[in-house]
Design a protein around this ligand. Structure first.
Ligand SMILES: *[C@@H]1O[C@H](CO)[C@@H](O)[C@H](O)[C@H]1NC(C)=O
Ligand SMILES: *[C@@H]1O[C@H](CO)[C@@H](O)[C@H](O)[C@H]1NC(C)=O
Length: 357
């Protein structure tokens, strides 16, 4: 502690506070942060601003952990599934691992078939965040100062994510990003995999899902959007009414991994995005957000993975519903822009509501 304070003081004296704060990350430790209210009990780590566990009751009051994860931080470091992580600077794929902004071409790490996935080889899900504030019965706030050129992206970016209880049974996520000196694309996403029956209870194919979206952004064979919007009517992608996840999954190449265009029937700040239900435990999760898109991923690419408490996760072990902007927006002028300029603020809100009956 003394060492950190001394180095902070030194930084103040040099007038390089921001620089030193970023540098100070190296001295920070990986720690765990609990949130508890009523019978909701969550665990987080500052490594990747990650959700490690979400323990909630079923219809009989039995508590289970309903998110996929690992027992050790080393497994999170080695992870390629992004369990529970906060994704950035740009979540999802960027085609050709490059984009042009203000006439300049930015080249990014190509970590997914020649494209950039989830912020590059060491995105925000693989950095150590600072903890700005933590109150066990209310919230935890993680912050990160991304440097100019980090994973190829332009300019410094100050990022914060707050996980907070709202009322008795809601979890809010507030993601804020402020470019310091240059315009940059920003697209943050929360990448938790849900299995409402319990993380160690097998597949999610009999969960029901409803997604309030009439269109998707179809993709090519490398999962890069073609740029078109396509109606889901009459296709296996239609979840406007509640449907079992597995009811039509075999009509697809074996998985759902697609961005939905969230319907905005009312111009409220929050739109209802999705509802997930498990008929066995009776648990239900509703999701609201202010984002234009939601990536629906049913973990079809998950290999047999050693998880928490001796669990082994197979294909279809969890559902990810990642609210965000459209994938590869930086290369599709017809998609809503993800460019944020200095003086502007990127704001992304999510609300999860958990009930059981
Ligand atoms: C949070 O997770 C860490 C790492 O798995 C574990 O050591 C710690 O006991 C957990 N805390 C709670 C309250 O679950
Ligand atoms: C790291 O991940 C790979 C798969 O991505 C796996 O085969 C390997 O066993 C993992 N190593 C450890 C130490 O967990």
């Amino acid at each position: 502690m003394i060492k950190v304070s001394a180095s902070l003081l030194f930084c103040f004296m040099l007038g390089l506070l921001l620089h030193c704060e970023a540098h100070e990350n190296k001295h920070n430790k990986i720690r765990f942060y609990e949130l508890k209210r009523g019978n909701m009990h969550l665990n987080f780590t500052n490594y990747g601003a990650t959700i490690l566990s979400v323990r909630i009751p079923d219809k009989h009051g039995k508590i289970d952990d309903v998110v996929l994860g690992y027992d050790t931080i080393n497994s999170y470091k080695n992870d390629t599934s992004y369990f529970g992580a906060l994704i950035g600077r740009v979540a999802n794929r960027i085609g050709g691992a490059k984009f042009i902004l203000d006439g300049k071409t930015y080249k990014l790490p190509a970590n997914d078939h020649g494209n950039t996935l989830h912020g590059g080889t060491r995105g925000f899900s693989d950095v150590l965040w600072n903890v700005k504030s933590h109150k066990k019965h209310s919230h935890v706030t993680f912050t990160y100062h991304s440097f100019d050129g980090e994973q190829g992206f332009p300019g410094k970016l100050d990022v914060s994510v707050t996980y907070m209880f709202i009322g008795k049974n809601k979890l809010g996520v507030r993601m804020i990003a402020k470019p310091v000196d240059k315009a940059t694309p920003v697209n943050l996403a929360q990448h938790t995999y849900w299995n409402l029956r319990g993380h160690n209870s097998g597949d999610i194919l009999s969960h029901t899902v409803q997604i309030f979206a009439s269109q998707i952004t179809p993709v090519d064979s490398n999962l890069i959007p073609t740029g078109r919007l396509q109606s889901i009517k009459g296709t296996p992608y239609d979840f406007l009414e509640p449907k079992e996840v597995g009811s039509r999954i075999h009509k697809l190449p074996g998985l759902y991994d697609i961005n939905y265009v969230v319907d905005k029937s009312r111009k409220t700040h929050f739109n209802k995005v999705a509802i997930v239900k498990d008929p066995v435990s009776g648990r239900k999760m509703e999701l609201w957000s202010n984002q234009v898109g939601v990536q629906y991923y049913t973990s079809g690419m998950l290999g047999d993975t050693k998880g928490k408490d001796g669990a082994v996760y197979h294909k279809y072990a969890g559902i990810a519903l990642e609210t965000q902007g459209f994938p590869d927006s930086v290369n599709h002028p017809n998609f809503p822009s993800q460019i944020v300029k200095p003086g502007e603020i990127y704001q992304h809100y999510m609300i999860y509501r958990f009930t059981a009956s």
